[in-house]
Design a protein around this ligand. Structure first.
Ligand SMILES: [Fe+2]
Length: 248
């Protein structure tokens, strides 16, 4: 079924769009070809079976803000497991969510997702926090977590899909899961994010929730996690989501 684009969505001009491979090469040059966290993300993306999905995830990876490859997943260090902290913590957290999602989908009979939906959920897991502190420019002014980061990431995914001709229906599936990934911790002041309603939205939130439990730590090995890198910063602002999650 063909879905027409919503009126609020501005479609970028289809001219001067760099090829995916060019994007990747540029990004690799920009962030240093030796960046192991970039490689760690690439390894996960290369496991996607569908070529269209794999290319799209490559394009997303080549366009995320540079800080994504170095920052911890928690700005305070108080509300995440230790493997989410220190250099590369946000990448490790994103991959932890993919792993947790895999565990939740493994037992037969709880979820009925087909292979395509499982791949889209995996892309959502990899990129749900890719703009945790907003754009690169915003991050350079203020390194704290942005409450509306699910909206930033969902819009980044949708815009990238439209620019590169990735199917709208698939992009919308990813968009809807990413934008509601905060679950019940969806309100701050006047800002309200959507809560998960469908099974795909719920399972992504659940995977993120479990992967960020302080007492659930994923194994990454010495190459990708150095405990001495972990620094606690008691002066930083903690989001309502991070605070609330600890109280559950
Ligand atoms: Fe997350």
């Amino acid at each position: 079924m063909r879905i027409s684009l919503p009126k609020w969505l501005k479609v970028p001009k289809q001219t001067n769009i760099p090829q995916i491979s060019d994007n990747l090469i540029q990004k690799e040059k920009m962030i240093n070809q030796e960046n192991k966290y970039f490689r760690l993300m690439l390894e996960e993306i290369d496991k996607l079976q569908d070529e269209e999905n794999r290319k799209f995830a490559h394009t997303l990876l080549s366009n995320v803000p540079d800080y994504f490859f170095s920052v911890p997943a928690s700005s305070s260090g108080k509300y995440h497991p230790s493997n989410d902290l220190g250099n590369g913590g946000l990448v490790r957290h994103s991959i932890s969510v993919v792993r947790m999602l895999g565990h939740l989908l493994e037992p037969y009979g709880y979820y009925d997702f087909d292979d395509e939906q499982k791949e889209l959920l995996k892309i959502a897991a990899l990129f749900h926090d890719c703009m945790k502190s907003g754009t690169q420019e915003e991050y350079e002014k203020n390194k704290h977590t942005k409450f509306l980061h699910p909206l930033y990431a969902a819009n980044f995914i949708m815009t990238t899909a439209i620019k590169n001709g990735y199917p709208y229906e698939k992009a919308l599936f990813i968009y809807n899961t990413v934008i509601s990934h905060m679950g019940q911790w969806n309100t701050k002041g006047d800002a309200i994010l959507p809560t998960p309603k469908t099974l795909d939205q719920k399972v992504l939130h659940l995977a993120d929730y479990l992967a960020s439990r302080k007492d659930i730590n994923m194994e990454f090995g010495e190459e990708y996690f150095d405990e001495e890198d972990v620094v606690f910063d008691d002066t930083s602002t903690v989001t309502a989501y991070e605070k609330e999650k600890e109280n559950v």
